[in-house]
Design a protein around this ligand. Sequence first.
Ligand SMILES: NC(=O)c1ccc[n+]([C@@H]2O[C@H](COP(=O)([O-])OP(=O)(O)OC[C@H]3O[C@@H](n4cnc5c(N)ncnc54)[C@H](OP(=O)(O)O)[C@@H]3O)[C@@H](O)[C@H]2O)c1
Length: 270
Amino acid sequence: MPTIKLKDGTSIPQIGLGLWQIRDSDIFQQAFSAALNAGYRHFDSAQEYHNEQLLGKAWRTSGLKRQELFLTTKISVRHFRPSSLKKSFEESLQKLQTDYVDLLLLHFPVPVLRKQAWRVLEELHAAKRARNIGVSNYTIRHLEEMQGYSQQEPAINQVELHVFLQQPELLTYCRKRHIAIEAYSPLAHARVMDDPVVQKIADKHHKTYAQILLRWLVEQQTVILPKSVTPSRIKENIEVFSFVLDEADRAALARQDKDLRTCWSPVHVP
Ligand SMILES: NC(=O)c1ccc[n+]([C@@H]2O[C@H](COP(=O)([O-])OP(=O)(O)OC[C@H]3O[C@@H](n4cnc5c(N)ncnc54)[C@H](OP(=O)(O)O)[C@@H]3O)[C@@H](O)[C@H]2O)c1
């Protein structure tokens, strides 16, 4: 499994299964098993997804060792006050049936409270309860501001990113500061599955539409977090590491940026 290097020299698997909106326990278990069989070892959960307990149960019964997995959770916007954050994080660990997470993120740049919340993440990192710490939905402005109050820079910024929302300035900025990017909603939440330019490139490479969207992100050196509960799609989505887009594909895809946001937008958050 290809990995992306983080600023401390450790690495993260380049693909993780997105777990948002998977709350049914049978469906969760089926998706988790299909992902393991297909080769996924990285799972992206959050307090807000209400499925940390399902992830805990699934990995515990999988027979895999904890160190073979990369587990992410995110602090809900409801828990940014330090006492609430610490308590909610302990609850997350209990639900996940582990004593550490591989990646802990602040889910959104909550005004004012995000500064003190980050300091708590720094403490949790120092205590080795969170092997890596980062943020999500942070714009360049939010990351710039962090330089004024953080002792430790975020390892990762998880943002909405796909062919239809390319965010080139944010990518360049994060590359310069060695902040790895995780692309969430890499399939644009399946909102645009009929773009003729993408389809033409898919036909040319004998790949699927989804695989072209994911491959474009892989070539941007981002971590991709496609969500699916469909075993055949889970397998299809990981099969994006053995072909390359050519110059003409890249130029055509660059023109498909529509600034399309399918999820919450942090753009106007002070
Ligand atoms: N940090 C944040 O604020 C944030 C926000 C949003 C998302 N995320 C993370 O990013 C993950 C992915 O984002 P997302 O769930 O919004 O959307 P996504 O991965 O862009 O798209 C998921 C949708 O695409 C469908 N799909 C998956 N693979 C497909 C394929 N090969 N062909 C056709 N359709 C396919 C899925 O259907 P089926 O499931 O029915 O197969 C589902 O409807 C989330 O699960 C979460 O982990 C983070």
